[in-house]
Structure formats: structure tokens, C-alpha cells
Design a protein around this ligand. Structure first.
Ligand code: ATR
Length: 280
């Protein structure tokens, strides 16, 4: 059957083979999905010669997302806006590229908390912490969903300003140190920074948070980050970041294997169990 890949550098810890392997088995498909480690120096050669490798497409992760977009013959409007791609497929010998990170972010919220994007929340400031690649996709997704008051907080203010210039020019950039002031107002709060991994917390207190806010984190190691735990302690609605990983995989699987897969509790449990394994 058809074969797809996930490539990055490093790629050892990727859970994508577990996700796609689960769906291939579930839907009784004969395809394959495997990890391919690609060093930065070898990446352009790999991605531009996919047709010779036997792969029909695949996922691309750090640090190759920007290069993938640059090498693509055809990009979706989303990948064009983000100038980065995480999903590729071959069609008539041409390399097509999409970016499904923003889709995955929204689909996770849509499935976990249907109706989460209330009029009240849409009209309030939407506070996003962090200005890296993931933030770029999430800011884009949230502004396209109708959140018109984007506030982007980052340790390095200039990086937040640049991101907004390119993705959401009506947004406001603030310093991470000034986020506390937004907490009483923001309707949706998203952590995209790596803080929260390995038990490190963000310098933000949840006291005085808007009671009907939604708090979500894209970090899923641990599943309940200190940020989410602090919000939940104030009885705030929270959504963890694992669902974004699962949902971003959906469009690629459908492209390669012809079935739009469901993100179900079995799949989630499979990955949760894998996250509990000691990492080498
Ligand atoms: P990704 O592409 O995965 O989103 P990234 O580009 O490495 O990740 O960005 C990481 C984000 O976490 C950035 O917003 C970074 O802030 P800076 O732009 O100021 O570097 C933020 N970050 C990482 N460690 C941080 C820390 N100790 N304190 C505050 N912010 C941190």
C-alpha cells in the first residue's frame, strides 16, 4: 500500500507513527507510515526528490517546516500565510504543501468543548503567550475564526510585533511581563511557549482571571501543565494540548490514504500511555 513519512531532526520522539499506525489498523488500510530522520543539510534533497523515494507524502516537523514551504510547487493559502508547512503530498508529480497546525488547534477545541467560541469570548481580547512557529499558526487560526482583538505576549517583544505584522496586523504585542494586566479581560488564553514543560511554570497568577475564560496550552508533556492546573484551580475551563497533536494529523491521513480519520478516546489513550513511558 501507499507509504507516508514523518521527518525532522531529531525525529526519534515523534508520536506521529503511533497516530497514523493506529488509524491504518482501525480502518483496515494496507498503507505504511515511518520516521525518517533528515539532517538540515540533506533536507532539500529529500523533500524535492520524494517521487523517487516511493513515498506519497508525509509530515514535516522542526526544523524543516519553512524549507518545506519554500520547496513546494503548490501551497495552500494557509501555508502561504504562515510561510511554513507540516503536511505534504504528491499530485501529478508536484509537491503540494499545507500547514495543519492551526486547523488542529481549532479542531481540538471544537471537539472537546463544542461552542467554545461564544460571542462573549469572540468580543473579548484573545491572549496568546509566545511568538514561535506554533504561535504563528494559532494566531492565524484564531483571527480567521473571528477573534478580532488578538493580544500577543512574548518575552522578546520584537518577535511578537513581527509575527503580528505578518499574520494579524490589527493585533497588539505586549511583553510577557505585562500579561497579568490582561487576565481580567481575556476570553481565551493560550500558552504556546515551551514553559510548562518539565514542570516549569509561567510567571502568571490566575487570580483575577475572567471567570468565563477558556485556558488552553499546546504543551502536552505533562498533559496537565502548571498553567492549566492553576486555571483549573480557579474553576476555569481548560483544554490540554494533546488534542492539537492528534487533530493536526487528520488532513494528511485523509490526503494519503483516502479516509478522513476520527480522533477518538482510544487514540488519545494510546498516546497518553506512550507519554508515560520513560523517555530515552
Ligand atoms: P515553537 O516554534 O515550537 O512555537 P519557538 O520558536 O522555540 O517554539 O518559540 C518558543 C517560545 O517560547 C517563544 O515565544 C519564546 O520566547 P522568545 O521569543 O522571547 O524566545 C518562549 N520561551 C521559551 N523559553 C522561555 C522562557 N524561559 N521565558 C519566556 N519565554 C520563553
Amino acid at each position: 500500500g501507499p507509504s507516508a513519512f514523518v521527518t525532522g531532526w531529531p525525529i526519534k520522539h515523534s508520536r506521529s507513527p503511533l497516530i497514523h499506525g493506529h488509524w491504518l489498523k482501525c480502518y483496515g488500510l494496507s498503507g505504511g507510515y515511518e520516521k525518517v530522520a533528515t539532517e538540515p543539510d540533506a533536507f532539500v534533497n529529500f523533500i524535492t526528490h520524494l517521487n523517487q523515494s516511493g513515498f506519497i507524502g508525509g509530515n514535516v516537523t522542526l526544523p524543516h517546516k519553512e524549507t518545506t514551504f519554500q520547496c513546494a510547487d503548490v501551497s495552500t493559502p494557509t501555508a502561504e500565510r504562515l510561510k511554513a508547512a507540516n503536511t505534504v503530498w504528491l499530485q501529478n508529480g508536484q509537491l503540494h504543501a499545507d500547514n495543519t497546525d492551526g486547523y488542529g488547534f481549532l479542531a481540538n477545541l471544537d471537539q472537546t468543548l463544542p461552542g467554545w467560541d461564544t460571542t462573549d469570548r469572540l468580543h473579548r481580547p484573545c491572549l496568546i503567550l509566545g511568538a514561535g512557529g506554533a504561535s504563528r499558526a494559532i494566531v492565524d487560526a484564531l483571527s480567521n475564526r473571528g477573534f478580532s482583538k488578538i493580544v500577543l505576549a512574548n518575552r522578546t517583544l520584537a518577535r511578537a510585533e513581527t509575527l503580528l505584522d505578518e499574520i494579524a496586523p490589527t493585533g497588539t504585542a505586549i511583553s510577557l511581563n505585562d500579561t497579568q494586566k490582561m487576565l481580567g479581560e481575556a476570553g481565551v488564553i493560550v500558552n504556546t511557549t515551551s514553559m510548562g514543560m518539565d514542570g516549569n511554570g509561567l510567571p502568571i497568577l490566575m487570580d483575577g482571571i475572567y471567570p468565563k475564560a477558556l485556558v488552553t496550552d499546546i504543551v502536552y508533556t505533562p498533559l496537565t501543565t502548571p498553567f492549566l492546573r492553576a486555571a483549573a484551580a480557579q474553576n476555569i475551563e481548560t483544554v490540554d494540548g494533546l488534542g492539537m497533536l492528534l487533530h493536526q494529523a487528520v488532513p494528511g491521513f485523509e490526503r494519503w490514504f483516502g479516509v478522513r480519520p476520527k480522533v477518538g478516546s482510544e487514540l488519545r489513550q494510546l498516546i497518553v500511555n506512550d507519554l508515560k513511558r520513560p523517555q530515552t
